[in-house]
Design a protein around this ligand. Structure first.
Ligand SMILES: [Fe+2]
Ligand SMILES: [Fe+2]
Length: 339
């Protein structure tokens, strides 16, 4: 029996698993997850990366500490609570986030995105690029989007802050639906997706960050929240079915929706420049996400969001073109990190 227990423990040590013997735990692997410092360096920025660490009753001496980790072991998960309250999650599962800092050494305040997910938007992108509808599918997509714009214009008129906030709740849906369906397809067909799952999910996340930024500027009223619920219920299901039936039409529609988004944000910028909308300081979340200067304003934020929309336009028209050529998305290089 003792030999069996000893053998199990030895195997556990070799395999890096944890074993429970009575009330004692024996751990080997201390570090789980990935070091993201590399991706930060790839972007030409040295951020403090981190690795999720399994907290142990007794940490082995052999675990190397990453250079950016502080000596203080009393770290606990921190939320973006502005009052500075730390929300301590139970350490029963042994998950805790080490301290992460900005380049200037100040604490990284966000849990919803990490320094290596931030970027500088390419604002030099051609905003006027347009896919000329060539065939029935294109024309149908184009007309559908133009029709959808009519009630949007009537409802919001020139309230561009509110309009942007509401439309971002919709804009973050297609990437998630497309990514999810490609994910399921990859599982069903035992095939790689060629990076397209990630590319579409990146788009969804990028759009969601637009929303997280806009809600810092405009607080939705109760009837707007109700409208979002209704629209999401309808749009998610409609887009899901559409993507199943015709991904080329689905991507084309999104391409044209993005063209409309560029137009809306251009009008938004005009109102900021004319003084109709106050050019308030940029929200803190936007400064960190787009690596904007500390004195950035709303105008800077809308400029980078508009550049993102232009990138989404290109991705979706490109995806639709691939389908039009009778190919699958995985046959063409996925535009990873293109936003
Ligand atoms: Fe957006
Ligand atoms: Fe977009």
């Amino acid at each position: 029996m003792n030999r069996f227990v000893l053998k199990s423990v030895m195997q556990g040590l070799i395999n890096g698993r944890s074993y429970s013997i009575g009330n004692e735990y024996v751990y080997r692997a201390a570090v789980v997850g990935r070091s993201a410092q590399l991706s930060g360096q790839q972007n030409g920025i040295v951020f403090g990366g981190f690795e999720w660490r399994r907290m142990m009753s007794s940490e082995p001496a052999s675990v190397e500490k990453a250079p950016f980790e502080k000596e203080d072991k009393k770290e606990s998960p921190v939320t973006e609570d502005k009052k500075g309250k730390e929300v301590l999650a139970s350490s029963y599962w042994g998950i805790s986030r080490p301290k992460i800092t900005r380049e200037d050494g100040t604490d990284w305040p966000w849990n919803c995105f990490m320094p290596w997910e931030t970027y500088r938007a390419d604002v030099s992108i051609d905003l006027k690029k347009h896919h000329v509808p060539k065939n029935f599918t294109d024309k149908f997509a184009y007309r559908t989007v133009k029709l959808l714009r009519i009630p949007t214009d009537i409802f919001f008129q020139r309230r561009y802050g509110c309009r942007a906030m509401m439309l971002e709740t919709v804009a973050a849906v297609p990437g998630m639906v497309g990514g999810m369906l490609l994910h399921l397809r990859s599982l069903r067909k035992f095939q790689q997706s060629g990076g397209w799952i990630k590319a579409l999910l990146e788009e969804a996340e990028n759009e969601r960050m637009h929303l997280m930024t806009m809600v810092e500027l405009v607080k939705p009223k109760w009837y707007e929240r109700l409208l979002v619920l209704t629209v999401q219920g309808v749009f998610f299901n409609a887009f899901f079915v559409l993507y199943l039936l015709s991904p080329k039409l689905a991507h084309r529609i999104v391409g044209y929706l993005e063209e409309e988004a560029i137009h809306s944000y251009t009008e938004y910028l005009k109102d900021i420049e004319s003084g109709a909308i106050q050019n308030v300081p940029a929200p803190a979340i936007a400064i960190d996400y787009w690596r904007l200067p500390k004195d950035a304003t709303l105008k800077d934020v809308i400029t980078v969001i508009r550049a993102d929309e232009a990138h989404h336009r290109d991705v979706n028209h490109f995806a639709s073109d691939i389908h039009f050529q009778g190919k699958e998305l995985r046959e063409a290089p996925a535009p990873l990190g293109y936003h």
